[in-house]
Design a protein around this ligand. Structure first.
Ligand code: ZN
Length: 151
């Protein structure tokens, strides 16, 4: 690990966070994300109301990086619109792929910036992006399934 101390701390904190580790009673969409190269296997459940993500829950397990990334993602998207969440996911993926390098733009990612250095560790990139890919998959699924038929 070659993360700065502060970033290591943020990642450690989030990877131990239990805040989003509670099952949702009525999720509108669930999505599983697997990263076989590391063994990360997480599931994301979202409660969406009127286009706003009310609750995000994570289950499953993975390495510290994937769990921290998932916890940060869940924290960031709660209260945001699905469009906004999708945009943040693109921004995060852009940061890791180094296609977005403008610091002002990246500042919006807040704590997720702690994972920026992962882009220099190719073996861990898949761990870092897993949750965000899973989020995009969930949003796509939500788009293609008719709303209001659940519950
Ligand atoms: Zn991993």
């Amino acid at each position: 690990m070659e993360l700065g101390d502060l970033y290591t701390e943020i990642v450690t904190q989030y990877s131990c966070s239990q805040r989003h580790r509670h099952p949702l009673e009525h999720p509108d969409v669930t999505m599983r994300g697997v990263n076989p190269s590391c063994g990360d296997d997480i599931s994301l459940a979202l409660e969406v109301e009127g286009g706003i993500i009310k609750k995000a829950a994570i289950s499953g397990s993975g390495c510290a990086i994937s769990e921290a990334s998932a916890a940060i993602m869940a924290d960031m998207i709660e209260g945001k619109s699905t469009e906004e969440a999708d945009r943040l996911a693109e921004l995060f993926l852009g940061m890791i792929r180094k296609t977005v390098t403008d610091e002002n733009e990246l500042e919006e990612l807040e704590d997720a910036l702690a994972l920026q250095n992962i882009s220099n560790m190719p073996a861990r990139v898949k761990c870092a992006v897993l949750a965000w890919h899973t989020l995009q998959g969930a949003l796509k699924k939500l788009e293609t399934s008719p709303q209001g038929t659940v519950g």
